[in-house]
Design a binder for this molecule. Structure first.
Ligand SMILES: Cc1cc2nc3c(=O)[nH]c(=O)nc-3n(C[C@H](O)[C@H](O)[C@H](O)COP(=O)(O)OP(=O)(O)OC[C@H]3O[C@@H](n4cnc5c(N)ncnc54)[C@H](O)[C@@H]3O)c2cc1C
Length: 243
């Protein structure tokens, strides 16, 4: 049972577990509510910009994250059709799978004393709302995300491939794995019979990059993605409401 003055975090993904770890550092009790009992693969580019090192350090989990031997990326390459922009990154970026990162943060929060409540919760005033991206009805051509892991030459750059109305990111994560993740509108996916493998053939640069790779699991998809204001505007703290 959560203490009366403990902080209620709704959602135990990256944001919720990071919030829980922060609260524990301030010696507050925390209860994390999430129906998902354990971390799972998520549709995500799994690219962490260099600043994440400092954030994970502040949360006290950098040493454990480094022990997972994340891939390091030293440069970026952005392909627009036949044009390529390439540059070195000011500091190395990190590639770590979401399964590992989510698991690490949740395990650290629980080890630090957070209570885990395996339930869906309605957001309420005063809670930390960390329920993540929202799906739902959106007007127009709906956008879907997709991701899979591949084996093969991993590279040491984050690569983005833009095609007509879609993009795909390719970057290494731990253990020599390459993550391939993108976004595309439903109309394009329908034209391809929802074959993400066919989508990788749509631009020559993306085709050349991904052909030597072998997909190691089925595509994971998410959507339709909703970009825009929060569903819960009434929960945005007003000056009178202290969260
Ligand atoms: C295609 C794509 C590519 C991306 N690439 C990158 C990238 O390369 N790098 C990067 O940093 N970010 C990337 N992102 C964004 C990243 O995935 C999100 O920023 C991140 O997942 C947000 O974390 P979160 O904790 O807010 O939400 P989530 O990770 O979605 O976690 C939300 C949690 O809340 C739980 N939950 C939901 N509703 C309730 C409820 N009512 N009660 C209790 N629990 C609930 C869910 O079970 C889930 O565990 C990408 C996103 C997409 C779609």
């Amino acid at each position: 049972m959560a203490e009366a003055n403990s902080i209620k975090v709704v959602g135990g993904g990256l944001a919720g577990c990071a919030a829980a770890l922060s609260a524990l550092m301030h010696e507050r009790g925390v209860a994390i509510h999430d129906p998902a009992r354990s971390a799972r693969h998520r549709v995500c580019g799994e690219f962490l910009s260099p600043e994440v090192h400092a954030s994970l350090d502040q949360l006290g989990v950098w040493t454990q994250a480094a022990a997972l031997r994340p891939a390091l990326m030293y440069s970026m390459r952005v392909h627009f059709g036949r044009r390529v922009c390439a540059d070195r990154l000011p500091e190395p970026a990190i590639g770590l799978s979401r399964l590992r990162l989510d698991h690490l943060l949740r395990a650290a929060a629980l080890a630090g004393g957070a209570e885990f409540v395996p339930e869906r919760q309605a957001p309420s005033a005063g809670c930390v709302l960390a329920t993540g991206r929202q799906s739902g009805a959106v007007p127009g051509d709906r956008i879907f995300g997709f991701k899979a892991h591949f084996s093969g030459p991993p590279g040491d750059a984050v690569e983005l491939y833009f095609g007509e109305r879609f993009y795909v990111g390719v970057n290494p994560v731990e253990d020599g794995i390459t993550n391939v993740c993108g976004l595309a509108p439903e109309s394009l996916l329908r034209r391809l019979d929802f074959s993400y493998d066919r989508l990788l053939e749509l631009t020559p640069a993306l085709r050349d990059r991904t052909r030597p790779l072998a997909r190691t699991w089925d595509w994971l998809t998410t959507g339709p993605l909703v970009y825009g204001p929060t569903r819960f505007p009434s929960l945005i703290p007003s000056p009178e409401l202290e969260c």
